[in-house]
Design a protein around this ligand. Structure first.
Ligand SMILES: [Zn+2]
Length: 364
C-alpha cells in the first residue's frame, strides 16, 4: 500500500515554466527493486513481514501536533505540496499511507529486537530522512528513521540508538530532531554542498548534552567506494565503539549510486555490498548485529534495483544468480582509490569527532 503514495506531478521549485511530469520520487524506482528481488528468487527466501501503521502517539515523539494536522488537512483537501520550497506532495489519502510508511520501519525494529529476524530492510515510500519536527522537505513527510529511533528508546526501553544515514543527501531531519539528545547518535555521510536544502557541515555537532552526538561527514562530489569505506573505518566505527548503541538504524538512500540524477557520487552495486557489510560488522561488534535499514532516496531506474539487491543479498547472506550488468561500466570510477581532497574531508570529520567523542555515558 505504501507504493500508492502520490508524490504529485511537479518537481523542484514552484514555477509555471516547468511542464508538469513525473517527479523523481516515484513508485517505479521502488517497484523495480521489488521486481528484481522477486525474479532473482531472493524474496522467496526472505521473511516478508506485513507492516502496521505508525500511531499518532508514535509520530508525536518526533513531529508536532500542528504538523500532523497540516498533513491531514492536505490529504483531506485532495492533496497538495506541503514544502516551503521544493516538492513534498501529500496526495489524497496520503496521511494514512505516510503512517504506514513510518510503520514499516517500526515493524522492522520490532522484528529485529524480538529476535524474529537477524536484520531487516523496510522497503517503502514516502522517504523520511529530510523531514523535521514541523516541516516536510525533499519528498519526506514523516521521518521514518527518527520515529523508529524514538520508538526503540521509549517503547522498547533501549538506552542508545545510532542512526547512520548513507543517503547521498544530508540527514538533516535526525540532526534537527535529536540535536540536544545524547541518547541518539545521528551520523550522516553525504555529498558536500549537495542538493537540496542544507549542507551538513562537520561543525554541526549538536549542543548542550547532545554535543558530540551529531556527526556529519560531507564527502566531495565524485567520492567512490574507497572514500566511503575509509569513512566507516576512521569515523563511523570509532564513534559507534565509543557510543555503544543498542541498535543501529540505517536510512538507506541509494542515490550515491554512480548514475543517480540527484547526486554526484560514485558507488556501484559492489560498493553498496561492501558498505552494507562494513555497517553489519559494526553492528556485530557493538550491538549483537541488530541493524535495521529504512529505505530513502535512489532515483535511477535502471541501476537502482541492482544496488538495492546488493544490499538485500548482503543483509541476508544469500547471493542470487543475478549479475549486475552495469558493474563493468562502473568499475573504473567506483573502484578509484581515495583521492587527496576526499581524504582531507575524512581527516576533518575524524578530527571533529575526536574533539567531541560520543561516549556512551552521555557525560562529557
Ligand atoms: Zn537522497
Amino acid at each position: 500500500m505504501t507504493m500508492w503514495h502520490d508524490s504529485g506531478n511537479q518537481f523542484g521549485p514552484r514555477s509555471k515554466w516547468i511542464e508538469p511530469g513525473r517527479t523523481v520520487e516515484h513508485v517505479d524506482t521502488k517497484r523495480r527493486i521489488k521486481n528484481l528481488l522477486d525474479v532473482s528468487g531472493l524474496t522467496a527466501q526472505l521473511k516478508v513481514i506485513a507492516p502496521r501503521a505508525a500511531s499518532r502517539v508514535e509520530l508525536l515523539r518526533v513531529h508536532t501536533a500542528a504538523y500532523l494536522d497540516r498533513i491531514d488537512q492536505a490529504d483531506k483537501q485532495g492533496g497538495s505540496n506541503i514544502a516551503d520550497k521544493g516538492t513534498t506532495f501529500v496526495g489524497d489519502g496520503g496521511y494514512d499511507i505516510a503512517c504506514l510508511g513510518a510503520g514499516c520501519t517500526l515493524t522492522a525494529v520490532d522484528a529485529v529486537l524480538s529476535g524474529d529476524v537477524a536484520n531487516a530492510y523496510a522497503l517503502m515510500r514516502p522517504p523520511g530522512h529530510h523531514a523535521e519536527a514541523e516541516r516536510g522537505i525533499g519528498f519526506c513527510i514523516f521521518n521514518n528513521g527518527a520515529i523508529a529511533a524514538a520508538y526503540a528508546l521509549e517503547h522498547h526501553g533501549l538506552a542508545r540508538v545510532a542512526i547512520v544515514d548513507i543517503d547521498a543527501h544530508h540527514g538533516n531531519g535526525a540532526q534537527a530532531i535529536f540535536w540536544s539528545d545524547p541518547r541518539v547518535l545521528a551520523i550522516s555521510i553525504h555529498q558536500d554542498h549537495g542538493l537540496p536544502f542544507s549542507v551538513g557541515e562537520t561543525s554541526d555537532q549538536g549542543e548542550g548534552s547532545g554535543l558530540g552526538y551529531n556527526i556529519n561527514i560531507p564527502l566531495p562530489a565524485g567520492s567512490s567506494q574507497a572514500a566511503y569505506l575509509e569513512t566507516i573505518t576512521r569515523v563511523v566505527a570509532p564513534a559507534l565503539e565509543a557510543f555503544k548503541p543498542d541498535l543501529i538504524i540505517v536510512p538507506c538512500g541509494l542515490d550515491a549510486g554512480f548514475m543517480d540524477p540527484t547526486a554526484r557520487m560514485m558507488l556501484s552495486s559492489d560498493s553498496f555490498r561492501a558498505l552494507t557489510a562494513a555497517l553489519m560488522a559494526c553492528a556485530d561488534e557493538r550491538c549483537g548485529g541488530k541493524i535495521v535499514f529504512s529505505h530513502e532516496g535512489g532515483y535511477q531506474i535502471h541501476t537502482l534495483p541492482f544496488h538495492a539487491l546488493a544490499v538485500f543479498e548482503t543483509l541476508s547472506g544469500i547471493r542470487t544468480e543475478v549479475e549486475d550488468p552495469f558493474l563493468a561500466a562502473s568499475a573504473y570510477a567506483c573502484n578509484a582509490p581515495t583521492q587527496p581532497h576526499e581524504r582531507a574531508a575524512i581527516d576533518q570529520a575524524e578530527a571533529a569527532m575526536l574533539a567531541h567523542p560520543p561516549n556512551a555515558s552521555g557525560v562529557k
